[in-house]
Design a protein around this ligand. Structure first.
Ligand code: 26V
Length: 829
């Protein structure tokens, strides 16, 4: 039967419904389904269909396959189990197609079905835009956790915002970052189901108590603005395809599509004004990462999605159980940082004002239901909201915060807290212009608080919430982050995965700890060669991408040294490029020596308003320009800045990395998860004792990682003595010569003072300890070169990294949350 006949067979099946073969896992059924979708949903004939049309048709066919287990799960949920609700302003998902067919076990069938239509799966996957509804680590963690919760068959909903525009697209012009709007929904989104479900969300107005009621009794909020939150559901299929959860994202809709009277008067723009303002709430993701936005629109986003999510989960609970008394037994709500923390107060409002529960009972239910993950200690990233703004936008919530704070202060006084401690504990910071501390509110409103690595959780306890921890001991625990191996090893690195399966059996696919047995083979020369060959193949592919996107030609035999993450001073891309300049000078000084050829790869976005981060990007480009065109240097050093870093680019870079740069100032990177992805794929880490690097070192062994620099407590001690590093720089000839080279304009002859501020600022206020860590970093880099020249040693270390990273699976993280915070049953591997 030729394609055309097949298409019509599929088409008639589609029409009649009955003759369309069920998706039984066969190639034939998949082929008919894809063709049916192509014709009836996309509206194209196979003859004229574009790669994008084929992608969309395939996505619809695959979504059908996901839907049946989704229905089954929701039927089973009706049996009264506990559900997890993961509230996050960010889900950094990336592409969905390969993950979904991989987890459904349909990759082979889909590939073959498309092949029979003359279409290559590997080509059409490129048509899918990344869902970039997140900034970085926090959002990507939420995506990994969603996948792991489905894999472990935990009934869960992710709640977030369906941003029309995700994280901006980065283009680099003459070394300058420019931000362009991202348009992932421009051609529709085949994975989502728009729902008729919507909830009203109110803002502004006034509050009155009911006559005769206590201050803790129900109040009436008369808002002056109401917005509708409409639901869009995306199925999240777990590995093995046996369980599928829901990611429910909210879009803002104006209750009235337009002001008809204004329109009829001829005011066509004015007729839409309110609608535009209302719908701005879900228009765009805030592009900051470690600095609090503090803007009204951001608070509106936070409340909008928190309120819709709580209304939704409470109505689901009431339909199923008829009473809110059982909420803590049937629902666990996890707050991904403080961004959704206003949900704690919204829960109180709904319980007290709408469902008319007693205040104390409501507080107990709230506390037993909520838990909170902290993802940063940086003071500039900790959210606080001006009291005046809260009073204007959320008057009832501000009242409830005062009430809760009064009782909290009384409890503290009863336990002997003095004035200093009370000021530390208060939900309202009185010293910086009266602001509500969302971290404190989260601590108080939750029964469990966790950090995201062992060190970070210790610092959460000892630095951030010391007084809170003393008042409410035992709430803080650690849940070290993890990554989903399905995406970050099996799919991103199929060659290495095949090698691991051939060597260790396919048990490693479902139980990553079994990779530990790779250690027994780490000295096997044949396996080392095979491991190295897989790496080389990935590097060859990446070299092509580098040339396509930057024009730079790199030798895949070089050491690929990778720092990919958001651009931030604490992550110290500046330390990396400064050391690269020192290395460049050393090559020029002794070109005859044998130098290990290196390609330094940078990628990452800077927050649009973060001037110094943008200067660092520009410096990397200026240095690259000189180094890459220096005939004396040749292939001994190349510097590459890959624009527009996103999940899909990470999937190409991670398997091709030899060296992973994890060089944050100790105590500042909460965990890191790129560190895990790179080490899992066999890159060696050069890093500080920060975040999860410490646990990575514990697992791989100190002899299989390059650790340098001050520890977190040394950083704290040094900060206490002052941050001026002029002396230290002057005492260091290598560093001062590099700084001189930059400040004298050698990398920017057309504008000699371009980096004056950047470098002078670093010296007079070296908050990130660049000077203090420079020498030990350079020494660690020299050690890297020495090890690279001993291949048997290098590849043994690389294999031991892969072997010993199994613990960093997000399945392990989720199991820990499930057992000790959510108290929901989990499957064992
Ligand atoms: C703050 C803001 C401020 C307003 C604008 C939007 C926005 C978005 C995010 C944030 C805080 C980001 C905190 C964060 O991403 N932390 C990272 O979390 C990762 C997962 O736990 C962890 O691996 C990283 O070390 C940590 O930096």
């Amino acid at each position: 039967m030729d394609l055309h006949d097949l298409a019509w067979k599929a088409a008639s099946g589609q029409q009649e419904g009955s003759s369309l073969p069920p998706l039984d896992g066969s190639v034939e059924a998949m082929r008919l389904r894809i063709l049916g979708k192509l014709i009836y949903q996309v509206g194209r004939e196979p003859r004229t269909a574009s790669p994008r049309d084929w992608f969309v048709a395939t996505a619809y066919a695959v979504r059908d396959a996901a839907t049946s287990s989704w229905f089954a799960d929701r039927a089973a949920e009706g049996e009264g189990g506990k559900r997890v609700y993961y509230l996050s302003l960010e889900f950094l998902i990336g592409r969905v197609l390969m993950d979904t067919i991989g987890n459904l076990g349909l990759t082979g069938q889909v590939r073959e079905a498309l092949q029979q239509c003359g279409v290559q799966l590997d080509e059409i996957v490129l048509e899918e835009p990344d869902a970039a509804l997140g900034n970085g680590g926090l959002g990507r963690l939420a995506a990994c956790f969603m996948e792991s919760m489905s894999t472990l068959k935990i009934p869960a909903y992710g709640y977030g915002i369906r941003y029309e525009h995700g994280l901006f697209r980065q283009v680099i012009e003459q070394g300058l970052q420019r931000e362009l709007p991202e348009t992932w929904l421009a051609h529709g989104n085949p994975w989502e189901f728009p729902r008729a479900t919507f909830y009203p969300v109110d803002f502004g107005g006034s509050v009155t108590g009911e006559p005769g009621h206590e201050p803790t009794g129900p109040h009436v909020w008369t808002p002056d603005e109401t917005i509708h939150a409409v639901a869009y559901d995306t199925p999240v299929v777990g590995a093995g395809g046996q369980h599928t959860n829901t990611l429910r994202l909210w879009a803002a809709r104006a209750p009235e599509p337009l002001q008809l009277d204004a329109f009829n008067r001829g005011d066509h723009v004015g007729a839409l004004r309110d609608r535009v303002k209302t719908e701005a709430i879900s228009r765009v993701l805030y592009p900051g990462d470690e600095s609090s936005a503090g803007q009204e629109l951001r608070l509106r986003q936070e409340y909008f999605f928190a309120s819709a999510s709580l209304q939704d989960l409470l109505s689901r609970h009431l339909v199923e159980f008829g009473t809110l008394d059982t909420l803590p037994d049937k629902a666990a709500i996890q707050l991904n940082d403080t961004h959704p923390a206003i949900a704690i107060i919204e829960m109180m409002r709904l319980l007290v004002d709408v469902h008319r529960l007693d205040f104390d009972r409501a507080w107990t239910i709230t506390n037993e239901t909520f838990s909170y993950t902290n993802h940063t200690l940086l003071p500039e990233a900790l959210e606080t909201w001006p009291v005046a703004l809260m009073e204007r936008l959320l008057p009832r919530h501000m009242q409830l915060i005062y009430l809760i704070n009064m009782r909290h202060m009384q409890a503290a006084r009863d336990k002997g807290a003095d004035h200093r401690v009370l000021a530390e504990l208060s939900l309202v910071d009185e010293l910086h212009g009266r602001r509500v501390r969302m971290g404190h509110l989260s601590f108080l409103g939750c029964h469990a608080i966790n950090g995201v690595s062992a060190l970070h959780s210790d610092l959460v306890r000892s630095r951030l919430f010391q007084d809170m921890d003393q008042l409410y001991p035992g709430r803080i625990s650690n849940k070290t982050n993890g990554i989903t191996f399905r995406r970050w090893l099996h799919r991103a690195n199929p060659g290495l995965t095949r090698l691991l399966v051939e060597t260790l059996g396919d048990g490693i696919l479902s139980d990553p700890l079994q990779m530990g047995r790779l250690a027994d083979h780490a000295d096997d020369p044949a396996l080392q060669a095979a491991f190295a060959a897989e790496r080389l193949a990935c590097k060859q592919r990446l070299a092509i991408v580098i040339r396509e996107r930057t024009g730079i030609v790199v030798d895949p035999a070089s050491l690929f040294d990778v720092q990919v993450k958001r651009i931030h001073e604490y992550k110290r891309q500046l330390l990396n490029i400064v050391q690269a300049i020192a290395h460049y000078r050393a090559i020029l000084a002794d070109p005859g020596r044998h130098w290990v050829p290196r390609v330094k790869i940078f990628a990452g976005k800077a927050a649009p308003g973060y001037v110094r981060a943008k200067e660092i990007i520009r410096l990397v480009h200026d240095v690259a320009q000189m180094v890459n065109n220096d005939p004396v240097v040749g292939d001994r050093l190349k510097i590459v800045y890959m624009p527009n870093y996103n999940v899909s680019l990470a999937e190409q870079i991670v398997p091709a990395a030899d060296l992973s740069e994890q060089i944050s100032t100790a105590g500042m990177e909460a965990s890191g998860t790129g560190n895990m992805k790179l080490a899992l794929n066999g890159a060696l880490t050069i890093g500080t004792l920060d975040g999860a690097n410490i646990e990575i070192r514990d697992f791989v062994g100190a002899e299989n990682i390059f650790i340098f620099g001050l520890t977190a407590s040394e950083v704290a001690a040094q900060s206490a003595t002052g941050l001026d590093s002029h002396h230290a720089v002057r005492a260091n000839p290598v560093l001062s010569e590099v700084f001189d080279m930059i400040t004298s304009g050698q990398f920017s002859p057309e504008e000699p003072h371009r980096y004056r501020n950047l470098i002078d600022g670093t010296q007079s206020y070296d908050r990130f300890m660049l000077a203090a860590d420079f020498d030990s970093y350079a020494a660690a880099q020299a050690e890297v070169d020495a090890f690279w020249q001993q291949p048997a040693r290098w590849w043994r270390m690389a294999m031991l990294n892969t072997a010993r990273l199994g613990w960093f699976s997000s399945d392990r993280s989720i199991r820990e949350y499930a057992e000790s915070i959510w108290r929901v049953p989990v499957m064992q591997p």
